[in-house]
Design a protein around this ligand. Structure first.
Ligand SMILES: [Zn+2]
Length: 370
């Protein structure tokens, strides 16, 4: 089977990078629609417009209606056509970027992904999550094309709520473990092919970067500071994790995340927070030794990420609830089957119980002495 590595054509990151948008986008077109919710347009709309105009663009700012639904995608595609645009910029969080990504599929032209948070690895990807207008999950859609440009302004990311930055660390913490499981089992990536050595090493680099720079990066972001460690972790959360999950492969952690989303009680937890629980459960499922699992879980805890079910809203979950999570995680099409051994729902349920116990032991700090 062939091996495929795909990625955005360009990636730009740094303090005040947003002011260079026009320079980096100049070859992509000359008429841009910028999609972002009102908060994001208030925050960066003028600078995005100025940056693009400096690159010779005509610019239209368009307010995003808060949900990446088919209705909104069609509306945005209509706006794109009305202005004769050849570039769409998705600015802000995942949903605005996903809507721009999906609209571009209808309209053609170039896509610029401009995340204002480092909360997930989605901005570099070719994947969008589609919802109903009421916010119910419909599907993951994999598009043919990647963004032509991903631009991340680290000063803007550092000023966003630290919880979102921590969540991005949780999302990126899963990437290497999942890519490695998929590689060991010979599973295919979302491109339906084998992964490459390149993608495996990128996934690994996401992990080592977090371990080496995570602590000081979180401390800096708490204080709205941009240090070299913040640059390293933003790159890990966004570029390394994004390339690593798409071209490296997914496995149990994200499947368990998808199972956890079935329980309403987890809805206040972010994507990365739920993925963190999925990661620790994956390590338990894979039978790693205690010291290893405790080390990874301890690192997650030190990042301010959840390690117990209670911390993602599941105070004392019933066995039935955990079985709902496990059944969804083990659905036929789920990436949990990329693990190098067969997985059944009872394994997942018990891995969650085991992961939760490790989290409780860590948070007790060994005080209970057993
Ligand atoms: Zn993720």
């Amino acid at each position: 089977m062939t091996q495929v590595f795909r990625s955005p054509a360009g990636y730009v990151q740094g303090r005040n990078a947003i002011d260079e948008l026009g320079e980096h986008a100049a070859d992509l077109g000359d008429n841009a629609v910028v999609l972002g919710d009102e908060l994001v347009l208030d925050l960066v709309g003028d600078r995005v417009r100025d940056g693009l105009e400096a690159g010779g663009f005509d610019v239209t700012l368009e307010a995003f209606n808060e949900e990446c639904s088919e209705t909104e995608i069609e509306r945005v595609a209509g706006v794109h056509e009305e202005f004769g645009a050849d570039v769409i910029v998705g600015a802000g969080g995942g949903k605005a970027i996903d809507t721009a990504r999906a609209a571009r599929e209808h309209t053609g032209g170039a896509l610029i992904s401009l995340p204002t948070v480092a909360s997930t690895d989605a901005p570099t990807s070719s994947v969008a999550v589609i919802y109903t207008e009421d916010g119910e999950f419909v599907e993951f859609h994999v598009y043919e094309r990647h963004p032509e440009l991903v631009l991340v302004d680290t000063e803007i990311v550092a000023e966003a709520p630290t919880r979102l930055f921590r969540g991005g660390i949780g999302d990126a913490l899963a990437t290497w473990f999942e890519a490695e499981a998929a590689h060991q089992s010979g599973a295919t990536t979302i491109f339906g092919t084998r992964s490459t050595r390149t993608a495996q090493q990128i996934a690994r680099l996401a992990y080592t970067t977090l371990r080496e720079h995570g602590r000081s990066a979180v401390d800096a972001v708490e204080n709205d500071a941009v240090t070299e460690s913040v640059e390293a972790v933003v790159e890990a959360n966004t570029l390394l994790s994004g390339l690593g999950f798409e071209s490296g492969g997914l496995a149990a952690a994200h499947a368990i995340h998808n199972g956890l989303t079935q329980l309403k009680a987890t809805h206040d937890a972010t994507h990365g927070e739920k993925v963190t629980i999925g990661t620790i459960a994956q390590l338990v499922l894979e039978g790693h030794d205690d010291a290893f699992v405790e080390d990874v879980a301890g690192f997650a805890a030190s990042m301010g990420l959840p390690t117990t079910l209670a911390e993602i809203g599941l105070e004392d979950p019933s066995t039935e609830n955990l079985e709902v999570v496990a059944d969804v995680a083990c659905a036929t099409e789920e990436t949990i089957h990329n693990e190098p051994f067969p997985v059944v729902p009872a394994d997942v349920r018990d891995a969650l119980v085991g992961a939760d116990a490790i989290g409780h032991r860590l948070s007790a700090g060994g005080r209970d002495g057993d």
